[in-house]
Design a protein around this ligand. Structure first.
Ligand SMILES: [Zn+2]
Length: 196
């Protein structure tokens, strides 16, 4: 089997070089420059390898930034969904952050009602107070749950941002991209482009 050779010109010094048709890289035997071989439809060109690396770096930087934005947008979506489930709905269907203070007012109101109406309702006064205490406890727990989840969301955002800025400051974008557990899909990128 013979290897088909082609003749190209060194991208640095212009000297003709004979290389196998499948070669991706070649070192010029005149000027010793490392070259990447670019085959296009009608022409084969060479490019100095440092230039190729520089372009690769640039691509990695861009990709890392996209991944970072994607991660951040994903976390925001996750929090928005979670927030929906943690909010309370009033009788008009309006959603709001749960507040322990609201439960506290229900408790105060129930105490006042039971005091004012104790003659009329007798032993049922205790029931009012019991309902008030219950409302207070439930609303306090809900508020704590909401605040805990919100704190966690902010922590995650910070983690995502720290990881990215660290990679950017150390210029270690390829490490940053490699540590990803799941590579984002093109659909993720498209969706985020629509959102940002
Ligand atoms: Zn050369």
């Amino acid at each position: 089997m013979t290897v088909k050779l082609e003749t190209i010109n060194c991208g640095n010094c212009g000297a003709p070089l004979q290389i196998p048709e499948t070669a991706q890289f070649v070192t010029c035997n005149h000027c010793s420059t490392s070259l990447a071989v670019k085959r296009m439809e009608s022409v084969t060109l060479t490019e100095k390898l440092e230039q190729t690396n520089e372009r690769l770096d640039q691509t990695e930087r861009r990709l890392a930034e996209m991944v970072y934005r994607n991660e951040l947008a994903g976390e925001t979506r996750r929090w928005e969904r979670q927030r929906e489930t943690l909010m309370v709905t009033d009788k008009h269907g309006n959603k709001s952050k749960p507040s322990g203070l609201a439960g506290f007012f229900v408790l105060i109101a129930s105490i006042i009602i039971s005091l004012v109406a104790s003659n009329a309702v007798g032993g049922l006064a205790f029931l009012f107070i019991f309902v008030g205490i219950f409302a207070f406890i439930v609303s306090s727990i809900k508020q704590q749950e909401f605040e805990k989840a919100h704190r966690r969301h902010k922590e995650r955002r910070q983690e995502i941002t720290d990881r990215y800025t660290q990679a950017r400051d150390n210029n270690s974008h390829s490490d940053y991209l490699q540590q990803l557990e799941t590579a984002p899909t093109p659909e993720d990128f498209l969706r985020n482009l629509g959102e940002t």
